[in-house]
Design a protein around this ligand. Structure first.
Ligand code: NFS
Length: 651
């Protein structure tokens, strides 16, 4: 039952995206509840939870810290409780990204063993580069032999080892040394997650500082290990992304084609669906049922994966998943893991949409379970498409309502693609970018990433912050739902973004041939942002460690535990991170101070909480200019105003 709906004129709009707002009205009229209704029904949200001082780690509780009861039953204070709660979020986020990575390694292994014949090594160059990096023999060996060893090697990165994780060596040497000195270099992904679960158990680690450092260690196992592995293996199996054009927003759904939405995170099945949607037999079958074709489009990070590699359109970001079904034009929604709302089953029952759950570890009540078998990936994809075609006849045309909005985007800026665009095709080089940063034409580089969240007007902060940054001559790197938000307003078309960029950023972008906002992929692809920062550093002239760089990260509308892990691995990597709303640590002054102030003296990175995107941009610029000053690249030159004669001479 829909209650307290927004989008009547008296209430603020739920989003800055007109397509989203339009669909919320449709939901209201149809009396179908949305994420915003449920959010309103939850108000006021629990203050103890928000402040991180509710503890239910043991069954003497639950305990809540108040001015009257400053200790939990066991004696834990607000610092211990807030830190422990944060660590458990980091563990969950790390587990999610890394298990996604593990699934991909399993697929790589399968391919290497000659099973899963529908998959192949799409990017042998990336395979060889990765193998050489990790000292796997390549000479006189087939790609499959190399892939087999690489898969085995990646698998070893999950369990505990006496040595730090091998992929940490992708970080700058000085950073690796700092991690070792701080004793936060992880030595296994699974073991790091287990260690956090152990340390936060009743009666184990009680020192909030020690706990937080433990959290950073686990987060590094996410960013520099699990997510890095996920990105690398995806590139090897499915191809390293190159710039590609497509469209984004609900308007990409088709009135006359069979619409199939892929939603979730693992690209293994969606890759096959993208390929199978071009199958002539299936297209003929679709036509025989009165459809004009087959339209596969995505939501959340699966969308980013198939966008970057196949140019498949994106239906929307996290908060648009229910609305997509409410268009009445979706035959099948295929879901796997992460960011899939349990409410989808209910919404799909109100329409003809079939919700199909495909992961062996994730089921939805009310969804049909068709567990994906990568060994027969293509056949599985064909079965799903046939199911969608059969369902097309059940579509009630009178209930179809597809908003017209869809925007052109260019995505697919992997580091390899950026190298290529910077002219470093023959010699890998980030030189033009570094020169632009050193000369001040580009002030710095900022990753704007993360989710959408009903606590914030959807898309508004992503778009505003990105616009503010490019206006101030900052190059923006994007992933996840943030990239989708900016895509919807045209910020991912180089042409439109150029118009909004500051003069000197625009000139550089035009000269080197990159747009001012670069879509780098899904959320596990935040590992690409770490790699980009490392590439800039290695190119020289901008310091010796990531913490020296004029860079920052921001997640203005985040909501997931995965975002918590990401924020922490950026901070552990020496990067300043601005979140649009705080982590659940406000109830502990000490933990809050450690994360937002003292951490800068420890890792070189720290957090700030700032809901106002313009103020967030101010904070980021202040940080960037501080770093530029420290690098002594902020040589102040008198600004000279030229008269016409001088201008002509210049030209
Ligand atoms: Ni990231 Fe990608 Fe989106 Fe947030 Fe969810 S889809 S993994 S967690 S909501 S950005």
């Amino acid at each position: 039952m829909a209650t307290n709906l927004t989008n009547d004129s008296a209430k603020p709009l739920v989003s800055t995206d007109p397509a989203t707002n339009e669909m919320v009205v449709i939901a209201n009229d149809a009396n179908i509840s949305t994420v915003w209704d449920r959010f309103n029904a939850q108000k006021p949200q629990c203050k103890f939870g928000t402040e991180g001082v509710c503890c239910k780690i043991c069954h003497m509780g639950p305990c809540r810290i108040t001015p009257k009861a400053k200790l939990g039953v066991c004696g834990a204070d607000a610092d211990t409780i807030a830190a422990r709660n944060l660590l458990r979020e980091i563990a969950a986020g790390t587990a999610a990204h890394s298990d996604h990575g593990r699934m991909l390694v399993r697929t790589l292994k399968m391919v290497a063993q000659g099973k899963g014949s529908d998959y192949e090594i799409k990017d042998p160059k990336r395979l060889h580069e990765a193998a050489e990096l990790f000292e796997i023999a390549t000479a006189n060996r087939t790609d499959l032999e190399i892939a087999n060893d690489l898969a085995d090697f990646f698998m070893t990165q999950f369990s505990w080892s006496e040595k730090p994780n091998a992929t940490l060596k992708l970080a700058p040497e000085k950073r690796q040394a700092l991690w070792e000195k701080l004793e936060i270099a992880p030595s296994g992904i699974d073991s790091s997650v287990v260690e956090l679960m152990h340390r936060t158990n009743i009666g184990v680690d009680h020192n909030y500082r020690h706990l937080i450092m433990g959290g950073l260690k686990c987060s590094l196992a996410d960013g520099w290990v699990g997510s890095t592995i996920a990105t690398t293996v995806s590139d090897i199996l499915f191809g390293t992304p190159k710039p590609i054009r497509s469209r984004v927003n609900l308007g990409v759904l088709s009135e006359d084609k069979v619409n199939i939405i892929v939603h979730g995170h693992e690209p293994t099945l969606s890759e096959m669906l993208a390929v199978a949607s071009l199958d002539e037999d299936l297209l003929t079958y679709a036509r025989s049922k009165g459809a004009a074709g087959i339209n596969v489009a995505g939501i959340c990070c699966t969308a980013n994966e198939v966008l970057m590699r196949h140019g498949m359109p994106i239906v929307g970001n996290f908060l648009q998943q229910e609305l997509a079904i409410m268009t009445g034009a979706v035959e099948v929604m295929v879901v796997d893991v992460q960011c899939v709302m349990p409410s989808l089953a209910h919404v799909s029952k109100c329409f003809h949409t079939e919700l199909v759950s495909t992961s062996e570890i994730a089921q939805s009540m009310g969804a049909e379970q068709m567990t994906f078998d990568a060994d027969a990936g293509y056949e599985h994809a064909c079965r799903l498409i046939r199911k969608a075609i059969d369902n097309f006849e059940r579509r009630d045309k009178s209930r179809v309502h597809i908003p017209k909005e869809s925007m052109e985007v260019v995505a697919g800026f992997s580091n390899e693609a950026i190298y290529h665009m910077l002219g470093g095709h023959f010699r890998k080089s980030f030189r033009p970018l570094n020169d632009a940063i050193i000369s001040g034409r580009i002030r710095g580089v900022v990753g704007v990433v993360g989710c959408t969240n009903p606590k914030i007007q959807s898309d508004s902060a992503h778009v505003k912050l990105t616009e503010e940054l490019i206006k101030r001559n900052v190059l923006v790197l994007q992933t996840g739902c943030s990239a989708i938000a900016c895509g919807k307003v045209g910020l991912l078309t180089p042409e439109a973004a150029m118009l909004k960029a500051g003069d000197s950023l625009r000139e550089v972008c035009e000269a080197v041939g990159i747009p001012p906002v670069l879509h780098m992929g899904s959320c596990v692809d935040n590992s690409r942002i770490l790699a980009a920062a490392t590439n800039v550093l290695l190119e020289g002239g901008l310091g010796e460690d990531l913490s020296d760089l004029p860079v920052a990260g921001a997640a203005p509308e985040w909501m997931s535990e995965k975002a918590v892990a990401i924020g922490n691995y950026f901070v552990a990597s020496g990067i300043f991170v601005v979140l649009g709303h705080p982590l659940y640590v406000g109830g502990s002054e000490n933990v809050n101070r450690l994360l937002t102030e003292e951490m800068e003296g420890i890792t070189g990175g720290k957090f700030a909480w700032e809901p106002d995107p313009v103020k967030a941009a101010d904070l980021i610029m202040e940080h960037i200019e501080k770093k530029r000053d420290a690098l002594r690249i902020n040589v102040k030159t008198e600004r000279k105003l030229f008269d016409m004669k001088e201008r002509r001479e210049l030209q």
